[in-house]
Design a binder for this molecule. Structure first.
Ligand SMILES: [Zn+2]
Length: 466
């Protein structure tokens, strides 16, 4: 990887997301050795490759803290499914048919999609790695895409027979030793655990012990839908299992005191407002979280119904919290909104970096941090004229405006096009994988009616009985 090239992004409107540096109507960003070297108006003549950013917005690469990337080739099939249908149709259905080649195709496509839309760091919540070969394929897909990623090993779908008494797959040790021996790599590792909603408390405890023995951070789903009301965080606290190494995904139906338990233990949170609103997880917990001092990060989650980019997620996050606030008595007399567009952009950048354990490396255009940068075009009817850069990024931007993407100082996209043939390769592999998967469903009893086109409605799992 060529991270050593010096780059000068010149004359852009710069949103640093660094509170001390602030923003600039016009400034230069110098990249050297793969890191941000300087951000200031007019750095003068510099020996560097120049990217003219006049008329563009320069901002940090965005961070997605929870995505089931392996599903990317199946996008759209769950557009009209409930959470229960997702569980039977995909998570416990099509998942069983995945070969390592399917996993590779999904991860490559999902990671390339993220990069193309300005997400430079993605936590791959990989919970369909049924064999060592599946894990190897998932990791290779991330490596080949060139994205900064956290590979969160989640074991196979067969570990999700609720409530599971099966401990986490020990292959996680091999994966760590083979691929993630250094914490300084572009891709690092975590463990995606089932937690109290999917596994017994004894298994939850042994899984957490394994993660801590291996020195890997943890991410787990809690508080999504009815089964989130079973006080999963309280039960973890009672066993002394909470800690700053855990990211709690969703949190919609957790009780207020459970949110305070997370805050008191130093844990982080990932919310996925788009999928949560679609699939019946409950209202996004955004305002309840900030109310106890937790700055949530944002995530895409399953990309089989919602889109894979952060612009849509930011819009939905902000709109839902505003709607909840505006329902309260006397809301029309409030002097100001409770949640700003800058808050939400922070969730998508610096707070995401913190949730991934990468706050010292990415999330803001701070000199010394890794050069993960996104440049948006504004010479279009969507963003011109620019009157409020942060507000317009959150409310009006979309992936089609992403002109340039830089990861660790390496340019992966310029002039609106990803470099090399990775996008075409990902697309071709994903189409072949999709075709092959649906061919295989014809010979699988519980999936015999599976098909593309939007009409497939799997029988739902009844989560309230779990
Ligand atoms: Zn999830």
């Amino acid at each position: 990887m060529n991270g050593a090239e010096r780059l000068l992004l010149r004359n852009g409107t710069v949103i640093t997301m660094d509170d001390e540096l602030g923003d600039f109507d016009r400034a230069d960003v110098l990249v050297s050795g793969g890191k941000i070297d300087a951000v200031a108006p007019d750095l003068g003549a510099v020996d560097a490759r120049v990217i003219e950013a006049r008329g563009m917005i320069v901002m940090p690469g965005m961070v997605d803290t929870h995505r089931h990337t392996w599903q990317a080739a199946l996008r759209g099939i769950a557009a009209d499914w409930t959470l229960g249908q997702y569980m039977t149709g995909l998570h416990l259905g099509l998942s069983a048919l995945f070969t390592p080649e399917d996993t590779y195709a999904g991860n490559l496509l999902g990671a390339v999609e993220a990069l193309d839309s300005g997400i430079t760091t993605m936590l791959d919540w990989s919970h369909n790695v049924n064999t060592a070969a599946h894990s190897d394929a998932a990791v290779q897909g991330l490596f080949d895409a060139g994205i900064r990623a956290v590979f969160a090993h989640g074991g196979g779908a067969d570990m999700y027979q609720v409530p599971s008494t099966v401990p986490h797959d020990e292959d996680v040790r091999r994966v760590r030793d083979r691929y993630f021996s250094s914490g300084a790599q572009l891709c690092t590792m975590a463990m995606a655990l089932r937690g109290p909603q999917f596994a017994t408390m004894d298994v939850t405890e042994s899984d957490l012990r394994l993660a801590r023995e291996l020195g890997l951070p943890v991410t787990l789903h809690v508080g999504d839908g009815e089964w989130g009301r079973s006080r999963p965080v309280t039960r973890m606290r009672e066993r002394g299992l909470l800690g700053p190494d855990i990211t709690y995904v969703h949190c919609n139906t957790l009780a207020d005191d459970e949110l305070r338990d997370i805050a008191d233990s130093g844990g982080s949170v990932s919310i996925a407002p788009d999928i949560e609103m679609q699939m019946g997880h409950g209202w996004p917990a955004t305002g309840r979280l900030t109310g106890v001092g937790i700055r949530p990060s944002l995530s895409i989650d399953t990309c089989v119904s919602n889109s894979g980019h952060m612009f849509g997620t930011m819009q939905i996050c902000l709109a839902t919290q505003r709607a909840l606030d505006n329902q309260e008595p006397g809301a029309s007399d409030r002097p100001a909104v409770s949640l700003t567009s800058r808050d939400v952009l922070s969730f998508a950048t610096v707070d995401g970096a913190r949730a991934c354990g990468l706050a010292d490396r990415v999330g803001s255009l701070t000199p010394g941090k890794q050069a993960d940068i996104v440049v948006l075009r504004t010479d279009n009817p969507s963003l011109s004229p620019v009157n409020n850069p942060v507000g317009q990024v959150v409310y009006a931007a979309h992936p089609g405006l992403v002109d340039t993407v830089v990861v660790a100082g390496r340019i992966v996209k310029t002039a609106g096009h990803l470099h090399g043939d990775v996008a075409e390769r990902a697309r071709n592999l994903a189409i072949a994988s999709r075709d092959s998967l649906f061919e295989r469903t014809r010979h699988t009893a519980n999936l015999a009616d599976a098909h593309t086109g939007g009409g497939w409605q799997p029988a739902p799992l009844v989560t309230s009985r779990l």
